[in-house]
Design a protein around this ligand. Structure first.
Ligand SMILES: Cc1cc2nc3c(=O)[nH]c(=O)nc-3n(C[C@H](O)[C@H](O)[C@H](O)COP(=O)(O)OP(=O)(O)OC[C@H]3O[C@@H](n4cnc5c(N)ncnc54)[C@H](O)[C@@H]3O)c2cc1C
Ligand SMILES: *[C@@H]1O[C@H](CO)[C@@H](O)[C@H](O)[C@H]1NC(C)=O
Ligand SMILES: *[C@@H]1O[C@H](CO)[C@@H](O)[C@H](O)[C@H]1NC(C)=O
Ligand SMILES: *[C@@H]1O[C@H](CO)[C@@H](O)[C@H](O)[C@H]1NC(C)=O
Ligand SMILES: *[C@@H]1O[C@H](CO)[C@@H](O)[C@H](O)[C@H]1NC(C)=O
Ligand SMILES: *[C@@H]1O[C@H](CO)[C@@H](O)[C@H](O)[C@H]1NC(C)=O
Ligand SMILES: *[C@@H]1O[C@H](CO)[C@@H](O)[C@H](O)[C@H]1NC(C)=O
Ligand SMILES: *[C@@H]1O[C@H](CO)[C@@H](O)[C@H](O)[C@H]1NC(C)=O
Length: 505
């Protein structure tokens, strides 16, 4: 799975230690840490001399997020510990960050300089409730481990497509290989325990007094509070011994990039069978100073073979290698990512940007040509860009996915009137080992590309794959609801002022 050789980052401005002009006096984080420690003690609260502090700081996926040194890290064991921490953070007006699976690409979104980091690595419990066909889990679990724990029951949750990624994915909407039949990952929420900025703990469901909060958490990312428990629908996928899926991946020569991009657009337009799932990537890597490009297609069908009527256009293009076979769900989303799966690798600067287009050939080819220009400009040794890898990733958002989301109550991303289909177009980059910042001229090139490949009107950008400078919320179908609900739950705008995350609220 060489896909999502993802990356990220953005404007290094707006540093967390810099007081926002609208904030009179940001408080003293060291004092706030001491006050939290008075209630919780060690090892729940750790400063840099603590046994888990270094590992935690160094473990963020984007190396840029390993460079921030928080005043202390709070490792909650239960929701009340998060409440204690947030009460102190809120009272003292201290900058803070939250980390679950550590995989955000965005610089500053999961760590904080001289502030307080709340890290969920000690909250990983998960349980399946057969009568309600639902799964309850804590934020620290990663998708691979969730898959492994659930396989004995023949069920899965709609999470991510990579085992090492974590639950922050859900709050950004989330796309799974089960999404064509189940909707965005967040569409499958049943109940969420949320610690609001002032430390109040509430349980939000579709029908209780927090139903507005419940809806905006389906795509609202980290702005509405800290989720301490998720209960979501279970999906029947078989046990580890059963192979109800068929598929795998195909690698093609890059000379077919345009042909396969068009085939992906057509697939997106025409596929109405929610048992089909697909992800198309074009990756360019600088090897010994020479840019080498390949296309990798991931394709799955919940059935015994790949139907020609759905996948024929892809199966007839000559392949370099084809690995297709019957698969269990645990093979599609293993507990441990394969060692050659570079996208789980830590230690590099990573960067993403997002677009979403209606699946017309001309729009997809246009995006591809801008990607190729971007890659060929920066991905050669001469530019000293430090960039090592670029990827162009197309995810079909089928009409069946949108319909499943509407049927489950809707989310904040997709307008109630939007039927789809559309294509998420992600660009991602990885930089050489040793690089810790993106040169301005490269960010300028990224910004030009973002202008050149705008979202089609009415389509939501995907927050999990965006550039920090993109105003994703503004593209949401329920932007007004997002704004009014934010005002209601965080009237002093504490979250916007004291933690990094999506702009525009
Ligand atoms: C290799 C790779 C593969 C990916 N594949 C997919 C994919 O298949 N589908 C998809 O949708 N996305 C995918 N993504 C994007 C991914 O969804 C986002 O990076 C997501 O934010 C990661 O969540 P995390 O918990 O791992 O990361 P973290 O960095 O720990 O968290 C991400 C963000 O969510 C916030 N957050 C986390 N937990 C909470 C909480 N409980 N309450 C409040 N805020 C919280 C954090 O503060 C941070 O801002 C992928 C990313 C990578 C790097
Ligand atoms: C936290 O309190 C414990 C006592 O419970 C103490 O040993 C430790 O040094 C304190 N840590 C910090 C970071 O203040
Ligand atoms: C943590 O890492 C820093 C360097 O980043 C090092 O100086 C320090 O000794 C380490 N501390 C522990 C407890 O490992
Ligand atoms: C997955 O579970 C194993 C076994 O419990 C544990 O050792 C590992 O740390 C977990 N992985 C992550 C990423 O938390
Ligand atoms: C792709 O095809 C071209 C010829 O069209 C060939 O020169 C090149 O080596 C091929 N690349 C790979 C990776 O097979
Ligand atoms: C890249 O360029 C630098 C400086 O021009 C040079 O030192 C280095 O050897 C080059 N690397 C490769 C792999 O060509
Ligand atoms: C560039 O990326 C490749 C693939 O991730 C990696 O093997 C290689 O070491 C990287 N090169 C440098 C100079 O970091
Ligand atoms: C290609 O990218 C470079 C670098 O961003 C930019 O200067 C140039 O205008 C782009 N060309 C086209 C045709 O978009």
């Amino acid at each position: 799975m060489a896909f999502l050789t993802l990356s990220i980052f953005i404007l290094s401005g707006l540093l967390l230690t810099t007081a926002d002009p609208t904030v009179a006096h940001p408080g003293n984080a060291v004092e706030a840490c001491a006050s939290i420690n008075k209630s919780l003690g060690s090892p729940i609260v750790q400063t840099s001399s603590g046994p888990e502090y270094n590992f935690t700081v160094n473990n963020a996926w984007n190396v840029q997020n390993t460079l921030f040194k928080p005043a202390c890290i709070v490792f909650p064991r239960q929701a009340s510990h998060v409440q204690t921490a947030m009460k102190a953070i809120f009272k003292a007006k201290v900058h803070y960050a939250v980390q679950a699976g550590s995989h955000t690409g965005m610089k500053g979104w999961n760590n904080v300089q001289d502030g307080i980091l709340i890290m969920f690595s000690h909250m990983q419990s998960l349980s399946y409730d057969a009568p309600s066909h639902s799964v309850t889990f804590e934020p620290g679990i990663h998708w691979g481990n969730a898959t492994a724990a659930l396989s004995q029951f023949g069920v899965a949750v709609v999470g991510g497509r990579v085992g090492d990624v974590g639950t922050g994915l859900l709050l950004g909407g989330g796309i799974s290989f089960l999404s064509p039949s189940q909707g965005y990952a967040a569409d499958n929420f049943l109940s969420l325990d949320v610690v609001l900025v002032d430390g109040t703990l509430v349980t939000a469901t579709a029908s209780n007094k927090y139903s507005d909060l419940f809806k905006v958490l389906k795509g609202g990312a980290n702005r509405f509070g800290i989720v301490t428990k998720y209960t979501v629908r279970a999906v029947d996928v078989g046990t580890a011994n059963e192979t109800p899926f068929f598929g795998g991946h195909i690698i093609y020569n890059s000379s077919y990039a345009a042909t396969l991009s068009k085939a992906t657009a057509k697939y997106t337009r025409e596929t109405t069978d929610s048992k089909a799932a697909l992800l198309f990537t074009i990756t360019t890597t600088l090897i010994n100073g020479v840019a080498q490009q390949v296309c990798v297609l991931f394709l799955f069908y919940h059935g015994t073979a790949l139907p020609q009527s759905i996948f024929g256009d892809f199966l007839t293009v000559p392949a370099i290698t084809k690995e297709l076979s019957p698969l269990s769900w645990t093979q599609i989303l293993p507990a441990q990512d394969p060692p050659d799966f570079v996208s789980s690798n830590r230690g590099f600067v990573q960067h993403f940007s997002a677009s979403a287009v209606v699946p017309q050939d001309n729009l997809v080819l246009d995006a591809l040509s801008h990607f190729q220009n971007f890659s060929s400009t920066f991905l050669h040794n001469g530019t000293q860009s430090g960039m090592n890898t670029t990827s162009f990733v197309l995810t079909p958002i089928l009409t069946t996915q949108i319909a499943a989301g509407h049927a489950k109550g809707g989310n904040v991303m997709v307008s109630p009137s939007l039927k789809g289909p559309y294509l998420n177009v992600q660009r991602s980059e990885q930089f050489d080992a040793g690089i810790t910042d993106i040169p301005q001229f490269v960010q300028d090139g990224m910004n030009l590309y973002i202008k050149q490949v705008p979202p089609s009107p009415g389509l939501p950008l995907f927050i999990n794959e965006c550039d920090k400078g993109q105003n994703v919320y503004k593209t949401y179908g329920e932007f007004e609801l997002l704004k009014s609900t934010y005002k209601k739950y965080d009237p002093t705008r504490f979250n916007m002022l004291f933690t990094e995350g999506p702009i525009g609220l």
